[in-house]
Design a binder for this molecule. Structure first.
Ligand SMILES: [Zn+2]
Length: 299
């Protein structure tokens, strides 16, 4: 059974009415998976990352101010959430979830965190609903504490993984790939090891060809020992922030392509569900569900 990482706090964040972030989606997705036959014992709860362990990796002043609620209004506006104790707890638990998924993928082949993909978080600031970069920290944890030499971060969220690209730019043991909308947020792009920028309106065929080509290029050029996969659902045609025209079947095919290719090479994959912005929770959960169908968690 593929380990699924979830904590109720993923969906526990009081937001103003009409806030565009679909905070309920994590709980809805967990419930959907259970209703479709995922075993309750398959779900594991992560430990929250301790902020003090980030010293030397992320800016201590930024992390300290975030934890204490001392970031200024502009910094919080850039993040997009109002500060609360809940937000701090949620942030470090969610990051702990991606780190746990990374470790479990080494033993079990695959593991999925039911949140994650905070790829707009930089060394000393957050943006776009991202505060602490779980993808980068999980890659570092695998390298520093688990004997992995080379980690590929394969980011298929519709938005560029700018924070990840910036954080990993000086490391040759972390390879960053981002396949994203060329005219979408963030409007000032960073340079990943491999960027694939696609036009608005890209549909299944163009998109899937691009994903396959990028994956093959990264696998042959970098030869990773482990893969962290951001399976953002905001590529879907109905997404409020996406501007791609992917069908639900297209999302499934993408996730299947990535998981199967890595599996054929015996590469461990830890996946995160990434972005997805629809106000209809049932519709949004169905798009995120494709990752779990592709992984064989549910039919
Ligand atoms: Zn996104």
């Amino acid at each position: 059974m593929i380990p699924l990482i979830f904590d109720p706090i993923y969906s526990q964040l009081d937001l103003p009415a009409r806030h565009r972030f679909p905070i309920d989606k994590y709980r809805t997705l967990r419930d959907l998976l259970l209703s479709l036959g995922a075993a309750p014992t398959q779900f594991l709860r992560p430990k929250a990352l301790r902020p003090e362990t980030l010293e030397g990796t992320l800016c201590a002043d930024y992390i300290g101010r975030f934890v204490r609620g001392e970031l200024d209004r502009q910094a919080m506006r850039r993040i997009g959430f109002p500060w609360s104790e809940q937000l701090v707890k949620r942030t470090f638990t969610a990051v702990g979830g991606t780190i746990l998924a990374g470790v479990l993928s080494l033993e079990r082949g695959q593991a999925i965190n039911l949140t994650g993909g905070y790829h707009h978080a930089f060394y000393d600031y957050g943006a776009g609903f991202c505060i602490v970069n779980d993808l980068y920290l999980s890659a570092l944890n695998l390298i520093q504490n688990h004997g992995v030499e080379r980690v590929l971060i394969f980011d298929c969220d519709v938005h560029q993984g700018d924070g990840t690209a910036s954080l990993a730019s000086a490391r040759d043991d972390v390879f960053t790939v981002s396949i994203h909308g060329e005219k979408n947020f963030p409007f000032r792009k960073q340079q990943s090891d491999l960027d694939v920028a696609l036009p608005q309106g890209a549909g299944d065929d163009v998109y899937l060809c691009a994903v396959e080509a990028a994956l093959e290029k990264a696998l042959s050029a970098f030869r990773p020992d482990a893969v962290i996969y951001d399976a953002g659902a905001d590529v879907h045609a109905d997404d409020d922030l996406g501007h791609f025209e992917l069908s639900t079947q297209g999302v499934y095919q993408r996730d299947q392509l990535v998981l199967e290719r890595c599996s054929s090479l015996d590469l461990p994959v830890s996946a995160v569900i990434g972005g997805g912005y629809q106000r209809d929770m049932a519709a949004l959960s169905d798009v995120h569900l494709q990752l779990f169908r592709a992984a064989g968690v549910v039919g």
